[in-house]
Ligand binder design. Structure first.
Ligand code: ATP
Length: 231
């Protein structure tokens, strides 16, 4: 039982944003997708979510096509953060939790658990617009995990966070992995992937240049540093 991306290509006109990508992520593992701007990470995630159809190939979870409307299956932190500035954190999370089919007491219990973990329990009654961008990002992360998804997709979860918040988010991600969540995230930075993931893929202009178990990749590349360049 796993996430299976099988020879997937996504073409926009003549341009191949993703080119023959094959990835398997075993259930309960953490997978890192590295690549510079424009490498094809977000496009891959949108296909995983079923928001875009691959031009070729298929993506399945448990051997079934992924359907984003199957509430409970997927949690998604999009790269573009989208919260309502005038709502309080509580109102925002209740609204998003209800869209996932959750009941208010369950939403509040989960929200309080995560706000405690992020050491900001007092944010529950603050307006979104009163929070810094980094703190809004934590709220969006909470929105993605409120319903304990089986598969969690995080698009650049660490970008724009200060080191303290990066550590808190890593702790949260570790906790979810320990509870059995399968996690796929993208990053520009090898250090995040190295620290968190057993499996990784490096995408360059839509094509996978390195793919597999981190341990084996490191052995194959010896002491050479893997550098991600936006050229
Ligand atoms: P970033 O880190 O900047 O988000 P990324 O690795 O997520 O980069 P994508 O957003 O997947 O990259 O974009 C890959 C390429 O596909 C880019 O060149 C982008 O301009 C192009 N692209 C993405 N969506 C579309 C679209 N709907 N129509 C045309 N081209 C697109």
């Amino acid at each position: 039982m796993s996430l299976n991306i099988d020879h997937v290509t996504k073409q926009f006109g003549q341009y191949k944003a993703v080119n023959d990508l094959s990835i398997q992520v075993p259930k309960g593992e953490m997978f890192g997708m590295l690549g510079a701007n424009g490498a094809g990470k977000t496009t891959t995630f949108r296909m995983m979510l079923g928001l875009l159809d691959p031009s070729e190939g298929s993506i399945t979870w448990d051997q079934q096509k992924i359907d984003y409307s199957r509430t409970g299956l997927i949690g998604y932190l999009p790269e573009e953060r989208g919260l309502y500035p005038k709502l309080t954190v509580k109102e925002q999370l209740v609204y998003l939790g209800k869209l996932k089919g959750m009941k208010k007491p369950d939403i509040l219990r989960e929200a309080e658990k995560w706000l405690d973990l992020f050491k900001v329990p007092e944010y529950l009654n603050k307006k979104i617009e009163e929070l810094s961008k980094g703190n809004q990002q934590k709220i969006q992360f909470i929105a993605a995990v409120l319903h304990n998804p089986e598969l969690l997709i995080l698009d650049e979860p660490f970008s724009g966070l200060d080191p303290l918040n990066v550590d808190l988010l890593k702790q949260a991600v570790h906790q979810l992995k320990d509870e059995g969540t399968t996690i796929v995230f993208s990053s520009h930075r090898m250090e995040h992937v190295e620290e968190l993931c057993e499996y990784l893929c490096i995408l360059h202009k839509g094509s996978p240049v390195v793919h597999g178990r981190l341990k084996e990749i490191k052995q194959a590349y010896g002491k050479k540093n893997i550098v991600i360049r936006a050229d």
